[in-house]
Design a protein around this ligand. Structure first.
Ligand SMILES: Nc1ncnc2c1ncn2[C@@H]1O[C@H](COP(=O)(O)OP(=O)(O)OP(=O)(O)O)[C@@H](O)[C@H]1O
Ligand SMILES: [Mg+2]
Length: 310
């Protein structure tokens, strides 16, 4: 079953097309990561999905429903953490959660328990009675996450959830995302932290200038870009002996003295070729200190797609 369907979504702000015929399909119970440069249209897609902003054309369904026309009951299936969460600043953390919970129609006793639960889960109990206007950016972000999961939604939409967080808080958010997924929640999140996407997402969508350039698994994205993995070889007392090595389909370069980078034209041949390359280098007189294979990570792939200039 698909929890989220986006087909041919177009959204313009005046003359500027922010989202241009985007298609994304997200299976129930999976984590989907949305990546792309600043201004690519990530937030616009998420807000269209939630029915917060009107879009020009296309089909956008969450759990089979167009959120622009959804009844309140259906809207309750979704939790949303906006890129910049804002709350009524004069309320305390607890009051914010209680009033949002009441708006969601949560029953009083359950709501009280649930507020305690999420405050504990996010480690912000000590701020329970603090006015929201006096919270730090990261704590505000945690309150935003707390309100997104308060009503135990089956679909979670998180716009750069980890952006303002310190490393241990980031770890905590990722843990909660993984636990929610294990419970069957569908999670769509945008992020610039590619290692987080790689860590969490089952699939990714790569947006560029409002267009979906890729949608699918990270492995598939790597394959599509066809970035070759590399063999890095450290050589002691390098006298350029490597230059005499000739092996078919093997490209050896020396980016700096004492350091070789080897590429293969056929990446399926690594296991066969690594011992041969080592042997040839040693026969040529190279003293090898270390060698290791480097697989392209999501960042390499992203840069290959998007380039350094957006
Ligand atoms: N309310 C708005 N009015 C006019 N233009 C807007 C508005 N919101 C977004 N845009 C424009 O739409 C485009 C997409 O913006 P969007 O916020 O969706 O990008 P994003 O991928 O979320 O970027 P970021 O990574 O910086 O959060 C940008 O060109 C932006 O300037
Ligand atoms: Mg954004």
């Amino acid at each position: 079953m698909e929890a989220i369907i986006i087909e041919g979504l177009v959204k313009s702000y005046g003359p500027n097309v922010a989202v241009d015929h985007a298609n994304l399909h997200i299976d129930e119970g999976t984590v989907f990561g949305l990546i792309g440069p600043n201004g690519a249209g990530k937030t616009t897609i998420l807000r269209s999905l939630l029915g917060i902003i009107p879009y020009d054309s296309g089909k956008v369904l969450v759990s089979g429903t167009d959120m622009r026309r959804a009844n309140p009951q259906l809207k309750l299936k979704i939790g949303y953490l906006p890129q910049r969460a804002a709350f009524q600043e004069w309320k305390t953390t607890e009051q914010v959660l209680l009033s949002l919970g009441r708006l969601s129609g949560l029953e009083k006793t359950y709501l009280k328990e649930r507020v305690d639960e999420v405050l504990e889960l996010l480690g912000i109990e000590e701020y329970r009675s603090r006015k929201v206007g006096k919270l730090s950016g990261g704590t505000m972000q945690k309150l935003g996450f707390a309100q997104a999961i308060l009503h135990e939604p089956s679909v979670l939409i998180l716009d750069e959830p980890m952006a303002a967080l310190d490393p241990s808080s980031r770890f905590l958010f990722k843990k909660i995302i993984k636990e929610s997924r294990a419970l069957g929640t569908t999670i769509l999140f945008s992020s610039h932290i590619l290692s987080d996407i790689e860590d969490l997402a089952d699939s990714v969508g790569l947006l560029q200038q409002g267009k979906v350039r890729y949608s699918g698994t990270i492995a598939g994205l790597k394959k599509e870009v066809d970035l070759r993995s590399e063999l890095m070889v450290e050589v002691v007392d390098d006298k350029g002996e490597w230059a005499s090595v000739r092996l078919p389909g093997v490209d050896i370069r020396q980016p700096s003295p004492g350091y070789l980078v080897v590429h293969l034209s056929d990446v399926t041949q690594w296991d066969v070729m690594v011992p041969k390359i080592m042997e040839a280098l040693m026969n040529a007189g190279c003293h090898i200190r270390s060698f290791n294979r480097r697989e392209p990570n999501l960042e390499d792939v992203y840069m290959a797609y998007v380039g350094g200039s957006n």
